[in-house]
Each structure stands twice: as C-alpha cells, then as structure tokens.
Design a binder for this molecule. Structure first.
Ligand SMILES: C[C@@H]1N[C@H](CN)[C@@H](O)[C@H](O)[C@@H]1O
Length: 442
C-alpha cells in the first residue's frame, strides 16, 4: 500500500529519494522553445565562474535568455537582434518560425536510450512563459501557436516507450508574461520576480495540471516558488507524491524542501553525503546557440570524466541538449551522446545502480586519476589518464583481484603492502577512462 501524504511539512518531510532516481545516474535535459529560433548568445562564461551581475545579464551565454538579453537594451545579443531582425521585431514574432517540421519524438527517445540515459527532463515552461503543453490556463502554448503539437505529451509517450523515465521542468518564479522588467541583477528579480497573487495562483494551477496530465517522475522546478503561495508548497508536494509514487523533486523551492540538491555548471555545492545532480549544457548555453559549433562544446573525454567524477561523488549528471527549431538535434550534440553511450555499454556496470564508495578519488602518479563506486561488496575502480598501451598502476589500500569491464584489455594484479598493483595491456586513448571490478573489494 503506497504511503498517503497530507499537506503538512511533517508529512512530506517523510518522503525519501526513490531508488530509481539514485540508480539512474544519467539523464538528458532538454531546453526547446521560442528562443531556439534566434539561437544566439555570446560565448562568455560558465555560470558560477563570475558574479551574476549586470555584466553577466548583458552578456548572457544562455541562449534561452534571449528575451531578457534584448530587453536589457545593450550587449551582443541586443546588437545582434537589431542588426539581423530590426528593432520592431518582437520576441513573439519568432513564434511562427518555430515549426518543428522535422520533429520525430521517437527518434529523440531512441537517441537518448542509445546515449545510456535513463531519464529525461523537458522544459514545459521556461522564463518566457511559453508552455510546451496545452495548458488550460493560457493560450500561449505550443498546441495553439508555433509547432501546434502537444510537445510534452508526445515526447513523454516516446520516452516511456523506450523504457526511460520522464521528468518535467517548470520555471516556478520567473515568467516574463507576468513581469518583464529587464533583469540586470539576480538579487533584484529572482527573489520576487512575479510578486502577485494572480501569478502565484497561475503557477500553482499549472504545476498541478502538469502533475495530473503527465505524472512526471521528476518535477524540476527552477528559480524558486512564489512567496505569495509558499504556504501551499506542502499541499503541492503531497499531491505530487500521492499521484506519482516514484516522484522526486529538486532543491529550487526557496530552500524550503528538496529530495536532491542541484549544481549548475560551477554554481552550487555538492555534498557526497546526500543525493545531488549536476546540470549543464554541452557548451555554455542550454538553449541551442548557433555560436557553439563542434570545437566549442565539451570534449568526449571531458564528458566521460564529468560523468565518472559526478557519479563517484553521489551525483547524477543531467546533460542538456538544445534542439533546433525544426526539431532536429545538432549533429555535434548527437555525436557526443552516442560516444557516451558507447562508453557506457562497456563500463555502465560501474555506473548504474552503484553507490558512493568509502574510497575517495585520488591520484596514482604519472597524471593517473582514480575514482571509485561500489555495488554492495564489489568495488569499481575507474582509471583516468592512461597514455601508453602498457601501464602499471598502484591502487592504494585495495586488496583482492580485479577484472576489467573492457574485455579487450588484459589486466594482471599483484597484491602489495601499499595496495593492488595492476598491469594493464592493450590500452588506447579511444577507451578514455577504463573500469576495473574488484569482487568484495569495498
Ligand atoms: C537549467 C538552467 N537554470 C537557470 C537558473 N539557474 C535558468 O536561468 C537557465 O535558463 C536554465 O534553465
């Protein structure tokens, strides 16, 4: 009998992170919207690398912030807009250009499965207020305008048919249909971006309709929750968990509640003692940015490192894709997803359904890095930084014998007083990080 939650903090605080979310380790974030048409942002900084002050908001690398980037009236995106479209061309004028004419949700879902992802999170309403589902509370949605399809409904069906979990993103506190003063500083707006009871009711009703229509396995709220309806938060959470027993939420609810905490690029703190999730784009943007070609995206080795380092630290990686307005996924992004999937086909046993090991990451000399995960008593050792075909690596404090998850490698082990000395033959750089399994090694 599943637990029934009531609309009190005591009740919802009994909720625990469901095992499926911890075991999944890797998901696909999708930012698709009106902003995918202009698809423009300057390539400046990773979030968290600099202060989010006026310089950030007037040189915002997030292409999905295009509305605000022209609303501030200065900076590269503003100048680009005036030059390419003219000052009388409004953000909403892009809507008829978003046709999704080549969109095949099943192809997306198949690609996500091949990438080794186990869950997906789609933007249902980003800061521009445009809804990627037929909301009862506004006609500013993708069934009435633009693609004229229920994007959320079609993608949810396709994702679930491929055996992946479907999650939904909702911009809880910024909605430029309700409050659209230009944002120059985070503290001025994020804390009270839409300060009306009208918006508080609107957002509560939309969040509830998303739960009731799509039963999302993840409810990924962004920015925060309206102060005017903070007292309603436990009611929303109780309803969500009662409707979606496996449901899980992130930590962007005014710091009042979370199942898992989030990092975004360099912003946020990860504490390996609790479940957390890293989200980022493959470049500096979530929305598709035409300025980000193949050589400006994260490399495959760095992507595999990010996944291994995140998972070994008790995190999940939510890697974003920014589709084009016609519904295709940029080739440079698809290439990286397939490369990650190929690596996971060989090494996924050391990633999926693992937990944090008692062993902390460490260096093993000659630029070799070691990361660890555990699965009950078995220990998985990830070795990064090999360069030669034949390598000898000391794994400090580890005893027993190891086998490699990559059957094309040859591994010999020797027990020494410092730990396990492994000789690895047959390495080449296309293998990136390799993984050894030490039976009963945890
Ligand atoms: C996942 C990211 N979250 C930030 C807010 N920190 C958004 O401003 C950004 O556009 C993206 O949706």
């Amino acid at each position: 009998m599943s637990k029934k939650y009531t609309g009190t903090w005591n009740s919802v605080n009994e909720h625990e992170v469901p095992k499926w979310y911890d075991g999944c380790k890797f998901g696909i974030f999708i930012h698709w919207g009106i902003y995918s048409v202009p698809a423009f942002a300057p390539r400046t900084w990773e979030l968290g690398a600099v202060e989010t002050n006026e310089e950030w908001f007037c040189n915002n690398p997030y292409a999905e912030w295009y509305y605000n980037s022209i609303n501030v009236g200065k900076g590269p995106s503003y100048e680009h807009h005036i030059e390419k479209y003219g000052k009388d061309f409004s953000y909403e004028d892009f809507l008829p250009m978003w046709k999704a004419e080549n969109w095949q949700p099943q192809k997306w879902a198949e690609l996500f499965r091949k990438a080794g992802a186990k869950y997906v999170v789609l933007t249902t309403k980003h800061h521009d207020g445009f809804c990627l589902y037929p909301s009862e509370y506004t006609d500013f949605n993708c069934e009435e305008l633009g693609p004229k399809r229920d994007i959320t409904g079609e993608l949810t069906d396709a994702v679930r048919s491929e055996g992946l979990k479907m999650g939904l993103y909702y911009s809880g506190l910024i909605d430029w249909q309700f409050a659209n003063d230009p944002i120059f500083k985070e503290e001025d707006n994020f804390g009270n971006a839409c300060p009306t009871f009208e918006y508080a009711d609107y957002s509560y009703n939309q969040m509830k309709e998303l739960v009731d229509k799509y039963h999302p396995s993840v409810f990924w709220n962004d920015i925060g929750w309206p102060k005017q309806s903070e007292h309603m938060m436990p009611y929303f959470l109780a309803h969500y968990y009662n409707v979606v027993e496996e449901g899980v939420v992130n930590d962007r609810f005014n710091g009042l509640y979370h199942d898992f905490s989030t990092k975004e690029y360099k912003q946020g703190e990860a504490n390996r003692k609790e479940k957390w999730e890293m989200c980022r784009g493959m470049g500096l943007s979530f929305g598709y940015n035409e300025n980000e070609g193949d050589d400006q995206l994260i490399s495959v080795p760095d992507l595999i490192h990010l996944l291994v380092a995140t998972v070994s630290d008790n995190g999940n990686l939510l890697l974003n894709i920014g589709p084009k307005p016609d519904g295709t996924i940029p080739a440079e992004q698809e290439k990286r997803l397939l490369a990650l999937g190929k690596w996971l086909e060989i090494n996924g046993e050391g990633i999926y359904d693992t937990s944090c090991s008692a062993h902390l990451p460490e260096t093993a000399g000659d630029g070799v890095q070691l990361f660890f995960t555990a699965k009950e008593k078995d220990l998985y050792v990830f070795i990064e930084g090999l360069s030669k075909e034949e390598n000898t690596v000391l794994i400090p404090g580890v005893k027993g014998s190891a086998e490699t998850l990559d059957s094309t490698l040859n591994v010999q082990c020797e027990e020494t007083k410092e730990g396990m000395k492994v000789r690895i033959n047959g390495y080449d750089k296309e293998k990136h990080i390799i993984c050894l399994k030490v039976k009963d090694g945890e």
